[in-house]
Each structure stands twice: as structure tokens, then as C-alpha cells.
Ligand binder design. Structure first.
Ligand code: SIN
Length: 496
């Protein structure tokens, strides 16, 4: 059995903010409560942060509402410059942000640096989009009226972000909201509040007015969020997280008819056809599976490999995944960090055990190492039975589960046989097949001969129970804009 030694520094690298950020001030929670932040590589408490109460949530919303009119009225160029300065500051503080993220979330430092660049990319992209909010001018078909279509900020936003990409998901929501002229309350995941608090500090340093962004980490999400959604003062909810929590929030948002964007769970199919370049497919598989230890909603969850190449693909993927170095994210040699907590690791282990009990062959991994921290080894399973739980559930861990297929029609049907529809991956050298399969997959994003679909300039989002709305790309800012139409009758003498 492998043992992971996870000696970790006992201090955080910097003066990380640990209080709530409301109205431009760092404050303790109104009832004085705090909550621990754990290092998943050791299971030890890193620090305590203020734990927002429902009253703090209301104070944050009040601050965002108070700041709203002035921010909405600020020239787009001014909003753009704040975001651009925030981008520059994030980039200049890459090492510190990456280290904090690694300590609170577990991902290896190299990946954390990548996430800092990804987060900065959203600030940069939406700094550019802020000055391109367009409108239309036209005539009705009967010539009787002119129409002016304009866009305005939707209003105060509530943003709820997950622990797996704690900086990038906050930036992906905050940047378009601010670019559009909205002010926000951000509730980060309780496991990873530090990255969001640092982002708030950076935005303030970049010149963002007090109250435009407020951050309320809390262990009492239900008590804090539900009253805000029902208050009638939140005009937009953007959520990234599980489908189960998304459903709950949608129900709460329906009372006050709050506009919503939902980026929920996935169950991504990864298709390898008989004509695929296997070098490319294995590279893509490692990327689509192992980014963030598999803790990504776009992670490849179900591998479907054509029968004629299935054995070779499984062996090659097993060799690659089995050689990855598992350890604490702070170690420079680590390629695979711990999972977020004990519950997540137990869930992954349970899914693997279930698949093995149903006949799957373990190509590599599957044995929990001894030692502290929530490590799980990169695991490849071949010959997975279709009724295994990990075929219908999101694994959220470093486990590649391979099934075989025979025909294109079969594999498209298998890939679409899920309630989710976030991402899918297709590997083939045949252009016709590539396009027809990419079109046939019921997903919001397809990686074609590549294992990545995420980029600030590309619309990210899903269909079916993976949610709706898009983040990033040209579409991202629209989620924070309402369309307003002005109709002007055409006087007789102007009719053409
Ligand atoms: C997620 O897994 O929640 C987002 C992943 C990404 O942006 O690539």
C-alpha cells in the first residue's frame, strides 16, 4: 500500500483576509461566529474565517443595492478599467493566490497557477466586453413604428460559487456582472472562502467602489441565501454547483421570479472511435479526466471506446494515469492532489468498489493510500458494466471508467442516455463522423480531438439537467443584462 507523507507548512503564505467583506469594509460576523478552513492534504485546520449570519447576508445585499445606481451609471470605460486593473493585480499576485488556493482546495501548485491565469482571463475578457454592450435600431415590418432595443444591468446579483475552482468561478461570475453594471453579493463555498476574499481585496485595490462586491462566506447557506432570494431585491442568481442544490435554489428563486443561470452537474461522455489517433486520445483523456483530480463538472465521466481499440487504449491510459505522482499540492513534484474531503473520497471509493463488484477490471489504482489527507489514486477501470453506479453518477474523482461500443449509432445513444448534458469529448480522424457525432451529442460543449473545453472567450454551459445560461464568451455578459425596447410611432410623413 502506498503511503502519502503530507508535511505541510503550518501557516498560510500571506495575510489572507478572514473576515466578511461588506460595503468595502472587513467585518466580523454579526453574531461573532467563525468556521474552520481545512487543508485537504493534511486534514488539519488552516485558519478560521468569519461565518456570515442571515443578518450579514442582508447587510451585504443592502450594501450591494446602495452601490448599484452609481456603478450602473459609471461610464463603461471606467468599469472596464477597474476590471483591467484587477486582472493586472491578479497576475502580479499569482504565486500568493496559487499557494492559498492549493492550501484550501488541494490542487497541485502548477494547476493552481493555471487557475489564477484562467481567473485573470475572465477579468480581462469582460474588461473588453464592458465597452461593447450594443443595441439595435429598426422599424416594425408594417413601417408604422421605430424600435430602439437597448440593454441595461439586471440589478443586484447573488453569486454562489463552488469549491473546485474557487478563484476562477468567482471571477467568471463577478467580472461579467461588474462589466454589465451590476453589483453583487458573493457566497463562496465554505470549504474554500480564502481565494474569494483575496479577490475582493484585489478588486478594492483596483478601485472598485465600496459595496459593488460583497463576500459572505457562511456555513449556514440555506439560512443566508433563501431570505435574500425571497426578498424581492435580488434580481439575478448565478449558481455553479450540484444539480440537487440547483433545484433547491431554483425553487427559492421562483417566489420572487429571480432571473437565474445554473451551471450544474455533468456526466461527460468521452468517445474514442476506431480511427482515432490513440496518442491524441490518451493525452486528451488524461487532460479531461485528471484536471483538478477529476473534481470538475466537465471531467470525462464515461469512456466509450470502440471494441477494436479498447484494450490498447485501456493499457495506455492505465500506464499514463498510474505513473502520475500523488501528493500534497504544495510539493513541486505533485501531479495529483487530495480530494476535497473525507466524504468525497468515500464516495469515489464506493463507486469504484461497486463497479469492481459488477465485474470491472482494475487497470491501475483503486487502493486508498495510508497516511493523512484525502488522497485517492488515479484509477482506470476496464469492462465497466453499464449498470454500475459510476455510469449514471458524477464521479468527481480521478477514475476513468471504460465501456466498449460497436457502432456510431450505439455510442451516441449511450452517450445521450443521461439526465445531464454539459460537456462531451469525441476522438476520430474522420471529419464527417466528427461533425455528425458532435452535432448529435446532447451537450452544451464538445471537445473534438482535445480534452479541454474551458476558455474565458468561449461560452461555457450545459443543457438538460446540467443547467442553462452561458458563462464566458460573447454570451457571458448577456446573463447580467436586461433587454429594454422603446417603440416610437412613425408619423405619416416619414412613412416609406
Ligand atoms: C467546473 O467544474 O465547475 C468548471 C470547470 C471549468 O470552468 O472548466
Amino acid at each position: 500500500m502506498t503511503t502519502i507523507d503530507a508535511p505541510a507548512p503550518d501557516r498560510l503564505p500571506t495575510d489572507v483576509p478572514t473576515r466578511l467583506f461588506i460595503g468595502g469594509r472587513w467585518i466580523a460576523g454579526s453574531d461573532g461566529a467563525t468556521m474552520p478552513v481545512e487543508d485537504p492534504a493534511t486534514g488539519q485546520v488552516l485558519c478560521h474565517v468569519a461565518d456570515a449570519s442571515p443578518a450579514d447576508g442582508v447587510a451585504a445585499l443592502d450594501a450591494a443595492r446602495a452601490a448599484g445606481p452609481a456603478w450602473a451609471a459609471a461610464p463603461a470605460r471606467e468599469r472596464s478599467r477597474v476590471l483591467r486593473r484587477a486582472h493586472d493585480l491578479v497576475v502580479s499576485r499569482t504565486e500568493e493566490l496559487a499557494l492559498v488556493m492549493t492550501r484550501e482546495m488541494g490542487k497541485p501548485l502548477a494547476e493552481a497557477r493555471g487557475e489564477v491565469a484562467y481567473a485573470a482571463g475572465f477579468l480581462e475578457w469582460f474588461a473588453e466586453e464592458a465597452v461593447r454592450i450594443g443595441g439595435e435600431y429598426g422599424r416594425t415590418p408594417n413601417g408604422a413604428a421605430r424600435t430602439v432595443v437597448t440593454r441595461r444591468p439586471v440589478g443586484t446579483c447573488l453569486l454562489v460559487t463552488p469549491w473546485n475552482f474557487p478563484l476562477a468561478m468567482a471571477a467568471r461570475k463577478i467580472a461579467p456582472a461588474l462589466a454589465a453594471g451590476c453589483t453583487v453579493v458573493l457566497k463562496p463555498a465554505p470549504q474554500t472562502p480564502l481565494s474569494s476574499l483575496l479577490l475582493a481585496e484585489i478588486l478594492a485595490e483596483a478601485g472598485l467602489p465600496a459595496g459593488a462586491v460583497n463576500v459572505v462566506p457562511t456555513s449556514r447557506a440555506g439560512e443566508v441565501v433563501a431570505p435574500l432570494l425571497r426578498s424581492g431585491h435580488v434580481r439575478k442568481l448565478s449558481f455553479t454547483g450540484s444539480t440537487a442544490v440547483g433545484r433547491l435554489l431554483l425553487a427559492q428563486a421562483s417566489d420572487a421570479v429571480v432571473r437565474t443561470s445554473m451551471e450544474l452537474g455533468g456526466n461527460a461522455p468521452f468517445l474514442v472511435f476506431d480511427d482515432a489517433d490513440l496518442d491524441v486520445a490518451v493525452d486528451g483523456a488524461v487532460q479531461a479526466k485528471m484536471r483538478n483530480m477529476g473534481e470538475a463538472c466537465v471531467a470525462a465521466n464515461r469512456f466509450f471506446v470502440h471494441r477494436s481499440v479498447a484494450t490498447e487504449f485501456a493499457e495506455r491510459l492505465g500506464a499514463r494515469m498510474g505513473s502520475l505522482v500523488v501528493g500534497p499540492g504544495t510539493s513541486p513534484t505533485t501531479q495529483v492532489g487530495p480530494l476535497i474531503d473525507a466524504g468525497s473520497r468515500a464516495k469515489v471509493a464506493g463507486l469504484v468498489d461497486d463497479a469492481v463488484a459488477r465485474g470491472a477490471e482494475v487497470v491501475c489504482g483503486a487502493a486508498i493510500p495510508s497516511g493523512s489527507g484525502y488522497f485517492y489514486p488515479p484509477t482506470v477501470l476496464a469492462g465497466v458494466a453499464p449498470d454500475s453506479a459510476l455510469v449514471s453518477e458524477e464521479i468527481f474523482g480521478p477514475v476513468a471508467a471504460i465501456q466498449v461500443f460497436d457502432t456510431d449509432d450505439d455510442v451516441v445513444a449511450l452517450a445521450n442516455a443521461t439526465v445531464w448534458g454539459l460537456a462531451g469529448y469525441v476522438f476520430t480522424r474522420d471529419l464527417d463522423r466528427a461533425l455528425s457525432v458532435a452535432e448529435a451529442l446532447d451537450v452544451g460543449m464538445v471537445g473534438l480531438n482535445g480534452g479541454a473545453v474551458s476558455n474565458p472567450a468561449a461560452p461555457f454551459g450545459g443543457v438538460k439537467q446540467s443547467g442553462f445560461g452561458r458563462e464566458g464568451g460573447r454570451q457571458g455578459i448577456e446573463e447580467y443584462l436586461d433587454v429594454k425596447m422603446i417603440m416610437i410611432p412613425v408619423r405619416d410623413r416619414d412613412r416609406r
